[in-house]
Design a protein around this ligand. Structure first.
Ligand SMILES: Nc1ncnc2c1ncn2[C@@H]1O[C@H](COP(=O)(O)OP(=O)(O)OP(=O)(O)O)[C@@H](O)[C@H]1O
Ligand SMILES: [Mg+2]
Length: 256
């Protein structure tokens, strides 16, 4: 295996937060949701974000994805500093460079599966790359369900539509906030398998929040948050090593 020179690694950063802080409210009701978080998400890497409820996982993802403002620090997507963008530019960047998969699939009930998949591109006035679209649809196994509406699909199939929608426009980076949280373990495993394949085979960059050590084990790397800070990181995770690390962090939090 060759090691990547530092210079190369920095050019392959898909997204980066530097000293990122997010404070909600003021005075007695003030909540520091993110406390000077610095983290890189590299291209073609699958990162899981874990941590207790309220530790700042969704806030971090929303700030890095340009869905929420931050109090201080900086975020860049590729070479673009989000702080330097006007609202319109930010909307465009989100539309062109970022894919989202939410826990509630956010599909439009009146559109077919295929129409849902291509909707973001239709809104942006972009023509889907047919070959790529076919690859994505084949990968998520939806070829024979494209004319169905969401209500005619199972939960797992709906979530696969949401995954295909995120992948279809070839975004620079895909963010998922508990993308398998609503699925049974088999459908969840399928969706996680697609995400991992998209990273391994298609070079997609994926960042996913999860509470589930088994889901985190699909990632290349786990970043652990506690109280708005990055407290640990684990490479090549397995469900067991993730669970162990969660226990250690739990004890550390309780004894300090
Ligand atoms: N709009 C808001 N106003 C005030 N405080 C907020 C707001 N949104 C989040 N918070 C607080 O910020 C902290 C981090 O919230 P966040 O949603 O990022 O947690 P999380 O790690 O995603 O938790 P969960 O696992 O429960 O989804 C929490 O203490 C939360 O109460
Ligand atoms: Mg959350």
């Amino acid at each position: 295996m060759t090691t990547t020179p530092l210079a190369d690694r920095t050019t392959t950063v898909a997204a980066r937060a530097t000293e990122l802080s997010k404070v909600y409210g003021q005075g007695e009701t003030q909540v520091v949701a993110l406390d000077r978080v610095s983290v890189d998400f590299r291209q073609a890497e699958f990162t899981a974000i874990m941590g207790p409820s309220g530790s700042g996982k969704s806030t971090l993802m929303h700030c890095v994805a340009g869905l929420d403002t931050f109090s201080s620090g900086s975020v860049r997507i590729g070479e673009t500093e989000l702080g330097s963008l006007k609202d319109k530019q930010l909307t465009k960047l989100r539309r062109d460079k970022i894919g989202f998969i939410f826990q509630a699939f956010n599909l439009l009930p009146t559109l077919t599966a295929l129409e849902n998949i291509t909707l973001p591109m239709d809104i942006a006035g972009r023509k889907p790359d047919k070959e790529w679209l076919d690859t994505v649809i084949a990968m998520v196994g939806l070829a024979d369900r494209l004319k169905h509406r969401p209500s005619q699909l199972s939960g797992g199939q709906q979530q696969r539509v949401a995954v295909a929608r995120a992948l279809a426009s070839r975004p620079d980076i895909i963010f998922g906030d508990e993308p398998t949280g609503n699925l049974d373990s088999r459908s969840g495993a399928e969706v996680l398998g697609f995400l991992r394949n998209s990273v391994r085979e298609l070079g997609q960059t994926v960042v996913m929040v999860t509470h589930d050590p088994v889901a985190a084990a699909y990632a290349d790397r786990v970043v652990f948050l506690a109280d708005g800070r990055v407290v640990d990181e684990l490479l090549s995770p397995t469900a067991d090593t993730v669970l162990d690390r969660m226990k250690q962090l739990d004890t550390r939090v309780r004894t300090t």
